[in-house]
Design a binder for this molecule. Sequence first.
Ligand SMILES: *[C@@H]1O[C@H](CO)[C@@H](O)[C@H](O)[C@H]1NC(C)=O
Ligand SMILES: CC(=O)N[C@H]1CO[C@H](CO)[C@@H](O)[C@@H]1O
Length: 188
Amino acid sequence: MKKFCLKASILLLVILLVTNYLDVEAQVCRPSGTIRGKKPPPGQCNQENDSDCCVEGKLYTTYTCSPSLSSHTKAYLTINSFEKGGDGGGPSECDNQYHSDDTPVVALSTGWFNKKGRCLHNITISANGRSVVAMVVDECDSTMGCDEDHDYQPPCPNNIVDASRAVWEALGVSRNNWGGLDITWSDA
Ligand SMILES: *[C@@H]1O[C@H](CO)[C@@H](O)[C@H](O)[C@H]1NC(C)=O
Ligand SMILES: CC(=O)N[C@H]1CO[C@H](CO)[C@@H](O)[C@@H]1O
């Protein structure tokens, strides 16, 4: 009986070690939860430039992590206004200020924002054979959404670089294609 217990616990230990090792190896970013959409009150949720509004009852996945970084991390570029009254909501989280959309600034998904760890650091964004250096000024919150603080927009996916129009211009994207683009980025 005693011998069996020892064998069983060794086996269990091995299984735990192996699964733990595989997890670290794969650097998987799993969802952290879900949010159920609430209908924006009248006049809320600025739909300027195709911003999404939460749909009542719809489930949105949340993340505290982003995909792991490489020298050319794949991401999805979206457009945001960092100006007062724009679709970005309040001032930027890094410096509590608004920014002109004529300057190349971005918000990053929560995991990449790294608890303000990239605040006011620059990243290089590449697409279309061009690249642009942009400053990180804000978080695209992957952990929360569908509330007043987030202008009743859904939580951010975990792989977003949300950029001012200056970034879109610098990448040479024609105006009617602004809004969504596969890019790669790295720390500048
Ligand atoms: C990022 O770039 C801006 C504009 O070129 C520059 O003023 C700033 O010092 C840079 N930030 C860092 C941390 O290098
Ligand atoms: C960030 C951005 O491009 N905002 C634009 C959204 O649309 C309005 C109206 O077309 C423009 O004036 C903003 O510049």
